[in-house]
Ligand binder design. Structure first.
Ligand code: BGC
Length: 764
C-alpha cells in the first residue's frame, strides 16, 4: 500500500501534462498518434491503458474522477495536455443502460428497452436489426456516451446459460450476421460498439475462472465464426475479451486469440478491452494485445513495476496505446459533440414494437385458434401476464420508462378482461410486493413461484370469457446459470395449464399459452394441452403490445427459432458436461460435443426435438418454386435463386433458410448447416418475391485441425431450401470436382487436455 501511495504521489508531482492544454506538446487529432505517445511519460502511458475504476482513484492529470454520465459502466483516462479526452462506455445489448434518474438533472434519462438478442435473432431480419441498432446508437449519442458495450454474441451452447437472453443463437451464422447488423446500425451514429464476450463465454457458473476446453475445429466452426463475421462485416470499434479461460488461458491473456486470430487473420483494426475485472495478469494482458483494462484501477503499479523490471516492454504499451488513441479520436466526446439528452423515445418505441412483433414465434396453432376470432372477453392467467418480463437481469437490463403488461395491452386493444382472474392476480402480486424490500421489488415477481388456483376458481371464469390466455415466465441473468428444475415447468405451472385446458375445453373454448422466457424451456410434456402456443421471448418494453398485435392478427407472425427446443434437457448434447467439472464448482468445462451444437447435433444423431431450429408458424402459407443454381459445377461461387409466393389469405413475411449438405470424404460433418438466410418483404396474398443467395468456397469448407485449414471436400453438395431446418421445400445439387483448400490459418489454441469429441458413427 505504501508503495502504491508513493507511486501515486510521484505521478501527481511528475505529470507534466496537467489540466491546461500545452500548445508546445503534440495534440491528439492534430499531431500523429505516434508523436502524442512519444510525448507521454511512462506513468501517463500506464494510466492510459486502463479505465478510471470505480472513481476512488484520481486521475493525476485532472484530479478526482468526474462523473460524465450516471450509470455508465466505465470511463477511460484523459490527458488534457495532449488533448486526450475521456470516453464513456455503457452497457448493453438490449439498449443503453444508464441511471434513469440522475442526481442534479431536471428530467429522467429513460432509454428504450429493445427486444433481447434471442428475440431479435428470431426475426431473422438483418435490416430490422440494423434499424434497431440505429435507434439504440442514437440514444448512446444523445445521452453522451461514446461506446455501447454490445452486441453479445456468444453461442447458446446449453439452454441453462444464464445469459442466453443476451445472446442470439446456437448457430454462428445467424449470431454473426445479426451482430454485424447491430454494429453497423449503432455505429452509423458516430458512436462505437464492443462486441463481446470474446470468446466462448457460454457458462456463467464460475465465469471469471472456468476453463472451456474446446477442440480447434469447434473453436473455428462454432465459437469463433460468429465473431469473425461480426468483425469482417460490422467493423466494430472495439472488442471485449471474456472472463473465462479457453484451453488453459484467460482469453484476455491469450495472444493467439487477440493478436494472431483477431488482428492478423481477421484484420481487426480496433481496440480490445477486458471484461470488467477479467483476467489475473495485467502484464500478460498487455502482451496479448488486450489494449485496455476495464474498469482499471489496481494494475497501475503492477504495470509500472513491470516496465521498470523489464518484464514488460514499453513498446508493447505504445502499441496498445496506438489502438486506444485511434479509438478516442473517433468518439463524439473527442469531437466535441454536445448531447441533447433528449433522444426521440417515441420513435424508438415504435422500432422496438416492430422488432418485437417480428421476433415472436408461433409454435402451435391447432384449428386456427389464432388469430382471435369473435374474441371479446379474455381470461388472463399466470402472474407474468400482469408483470410481463421485458428483458433479463444484470448489465443487459435497460432503465426504461414504462412497459405495458399483457393485461394493459389487451385492454388498450379493446378486449375485456375477466375481472375475478385479473383481480386475483393483481392482489397476489400486490401482497408479494408489500412484503418485499424496496431494492428487491424490480424482479421479485419474475422469480416468484407461480400462484396456484383452485379448479373451482378456474371453472368460474369460463362462462364469462371467450378464450383463456396463460403466460408462463422465466427470468435469468448474469452471474448464474439456470437449473434443470428451472428448465421444466413447475408443478403449479403444469397444473395451471392442465386445469385451465380442462375447464375451457369442456366448454368448447380454446386456450393459448404465451411463453415470456429468455432461454429455452421444456415444452414436450405439456404442449399437447393448449390449442396454441406463442413464444414471445423477452421482447422489450413494447413486447406486450406486439404480442397483442399478433394474437389479434393485426400482424402475421413471422419469427422463427434461432435455437432448437429439445424434447427434454437430457437430450441437449452438453447436458452431462454443463456447467463443468466438478458440477457444483466447475474448474474445467469439456466441450465434448465438439461441433455438434444445437441442430447440428439433433439432426446428425437423429434426436427428435420438440421444435426444430428455424421453425415458426404463420397465419398464411408460402410456396417455394423455381429453384435454380447458377451452375451445376462449383467454380469460385454459386448463386441460388428461388421464388417465394404467398399462397395464403393474409399478408405476411417468410424467412427462407438455406442449408447445405456437404460430402463427408475425409472428416465427419453435420447432416446440414445453415449457410444463408433472408426474410421476404411483406408479401400480399398471391404476391411473389425472388430470393437470391450466393455461396462462396468458404461456405463449402470445414476446418481441418490437423492442417489448420478450411477445406472443401470434392464431391456432391446439396442445397436445401427450407422454411425450417426440418421442413425442406426444395433441393438442388452441384459438384465440386476437386478438393479445395480454401484458407490456411494459424495452428493455435489447442485443448490443454485430451478431448475426445463426439463423432457420428456412420458417415459415408
Ligand atoms: C459484463 C459485461 C459488461 C460489463 C460492464 C461485466 O460484468 O460481463 O457484459 O459489459 O460488466 O458492465
Amino acid at each position: 500500500m505504501k508503495k502504491l501511495n508513493f507511486l501515486l504521489s510521484v505521478w501527481l508531482l511528475s505529470s507534466t501534462l496537467g489540466a491546461q492544454t500545452n500548445q508546445s506538446l503534440p495534440q491528439l487529432g492534430k499531431d500523429s498518434v505516434k508523436n502524442v505517445i512519444a510525448a507521454m511519460a511512462l506513468q501517463d502511458k500506464v494510466c492510459m491503458v486502463m479505465g478510471l475504476g470505480d472513481g476512488s482513484w484520481k486521475n493525476p492529470a485532472t484530479g478526482p474522477k468526474t462523473v460524465l454520465l450516471q450509470g455508465e459502466a466505465g470511463v477511460t483516462y484523459s490527458i488534457p495536455g495532449l488533448s486526450i479526452t475521456p470516453t464513456v462506455l455503457t452497457d448493453g445489448p438490449a439498449g443503453l443502460r444508464i441511471e434513469a434518474h440522475p442526481t442534479g438533472e431536471t428530467h429522467p434519462f429513460y432509454c428504450t428497452a429493445f427486444p433481447t438478442a434471442t428475440a431479435m435473432a428470431s426475426t431473422w431480419n438483418v435490416s430490422l436489426e440494423e434499424q434497431v441498432g440505429k435507434a439504440m446508437g442514437n440514444e448512446v449519442l444523445e445521452y453522451g456516451s461514446d461506446v455501447l458495450l454490445a452486441p453479445a454474441l456468444n453461442i447458446q451452447r446449453n439452454p441453462l446459460c444464464g445469459r442466453n437472453f443476451e445472446y442470439f443463437s446456437e448457430d454462428p451464422l445467424i449470431a454473426g450476421k445479426m451482430a454485424a447488423a447491430l454494429v453497423r446500425g449503432i455505429q452509423t451514429n458516430g458512436v462505437g460498439t464492443s462486441i463481446k464476450h470474446f470468446e466462448a463465454n457460454n457458462i456463467e457458473t464460475n465465469r471469471t475462472s472456468v476453463n472451456a476446453v474446446i477442440s480447434q475445429r469447434a473453436m473455428r466452426e462454432i465459437y469463433l465464426r460468429g465473431f469473425e463475421i461480426a468483425v469482417k462485416e460490422g467493423n466494430p470499434w472495439t472488442v471485449m475479451s471474456s472472463y473465462n479461460r479457453i484451453n488453459g488461458f484467460y482469453t484476455s491473456q491469450n495472444k493467439d486469440l487477440l493478436t494472431t486470430i483477431l488482428r492478423k487473420e481477421w484484420g481487426f483494426k480496433g481496440m480490445v478491452m477486458s471484461d470488467w475485472g477479467g483476467g489475473d495478469d495485467a502484464v500478460a494482458q498487455m502482451n496479448a494485445g488486450n489494449d485496455m483494462l476495464m474498469p482499471g484501477d489496481t494494475q497501475r503499479s503492477i504495470l509500472m513495476e513491470a516496465v521498470k523490471n523489464k518484464t514488460l516492454c514499453e513498446k508493447v504499451l505504445d502499441r496498445n496505446l496506438t489502438s486506444i488513441l485511434n479509438f478516442i479520436v473517433k468518439t463524439p466526446r473527442f469531437k466535441g459533440f454536445v448531447p441533447t439528452l433528449q433522444p426521440d423515445l417515441v420513435a424508438h418505441a415504435e422500432v422496438a414494437r416492430t422488432a418485437a412483433t417480428e421476433g415472436m414465434v408461433l409454435l402451435k396453432n391447432n384449428n386456427a385458434t389464432l388469430p382471435f376470432k369473435k374474441v371479446k372477453r379474455i381470461a388472463l392467467f399466470g402472474k407474468t401476464s400482469y408483470r410481463f418480463i421485458v428483458g433479463g437481469t444484470g448489465s443487459g437490463e435497460v432503465n426504461y420508462d414504462h412497459s405495458a403488461s399483457i393485461d394493459e395491452a389487451m385492454t388498450t386493444a379493446g378486449y375485456k378482461l375477466v375481472t375475478p382472474a385479473a383481480d386475483h392476480y393483481k392482489q397476489s402480486i400486490d401482497s408479494v410486493m408489500t412484503n418485499t424490500k424496496e431494492q428487491d421489488k424490480k424482479h421479485v415477481i419474475d422469480f416468484e413461484p407461480e400462484f396456484s388456483l383452485s379448479q373451482a376458481f378456474i371453472d368460474a371464469q369460463v362462462k364469462n370469457s371467450d378464450i383463456a390466455v396463460i403466460t408462463i415466465g422465466r427470468q435469468a441473468g448474469e452471474g448464474a446459470d439456470r437449473t434443470v428444475e428451472n428448465f421444466s415447468l413447475s408443478e403449479n405451472e403444469k397444473a395451471l395449464i392442465h386445469n385451465v385446458c380442462k375447464a375451457y375445453h369442456a366448454a368448447g373454448k380454446k386456450v393459448v399459452v404465451v411463453l415470456n422466457i429468455g432461454g429455452v424451456i421444456e415444452t414436450a410434456d405439456w404442449r399437447n394441452e393448449p390449442d396454441a402456443i406463442m413464444l414471445a421471448w423477452q421482447p422489450g418494453q413494447q413486447g406486450a403490445y406486439a404480442l397483442v398485435d399478433l394474437l389479434k392478427g393485426t400482424v402475421d407472425p413471422s419469427g422463427k427459432l434461432a435455437v432448437s427446443f429439445p424434447m427434454k434437457y437430457a437430450d441437449v448434447p452438453s447436458a452431462n458436461t454443463f456447467p463443468g467439472e466438478p458440477k457444483d464448482n466447475p474448474v474445467n468445462a469439456f466441450y465434448t460435443e465438439g461441433i455438434y451444437v444445437g441442430y447440428r447435433y439433433y439432426e446428425t444423431f437423429d434426436v427428435p426435438t420438440a421444435y426444430p431450429f428455424g421453425y415458426g408458424l404463420s397465419y398464411t402459407q408460402f410456396r417455394y418454386s423455381d429453384v435454380t443454381l447458377s451452375d451445376t459445377v462449383f467454380n469460385h461461387e454459386i448463386t441460388v435463386k428461388l421464388k417465394v409466393t404467398n399462397v395464403g389469405k393474409v399478408a405476411g413475411k417468410e424467412v427462407v433458410e438455406l442449408y447445405l449438405n456437404a460430402p463427408k470424404k475425409q472428416i465427419d460433418k453435420p447432416t446440414q448447416e445453415l449457410k444463408a438466410f433472408a426474410k421476404t418483404k411483406l408479401l400480399q396474398p398471391k404476391e411473389s418475391q425472388v430470393m437470391i443467395f450466393t455461396l462462396n468456397a468458404r461456405d463449402l469448407a470445414s476446418f481441418w485441425s490437423g492442417t489448420s485449414a478450411w477445406v472443401a471436400d470434392q464431391g456432391s453438395y446439396q442445397v436445401r431450401i427450407g422454411s425450417s431446418s426440418e421442413n425442406i421445400q426444395a433441393k438442388a445439387t452441384f459438384t465440386l470436382p476437386q478438393q479445395l483448400i480454401v484458407e490456411k490459418d494459424h495452428n493455435v489454441i489447442y485443448p490443454n487436455f485430451l478431448l475426445n469429441v463426439l463423432t457420428p458413427k456412420e458417415q459415408e
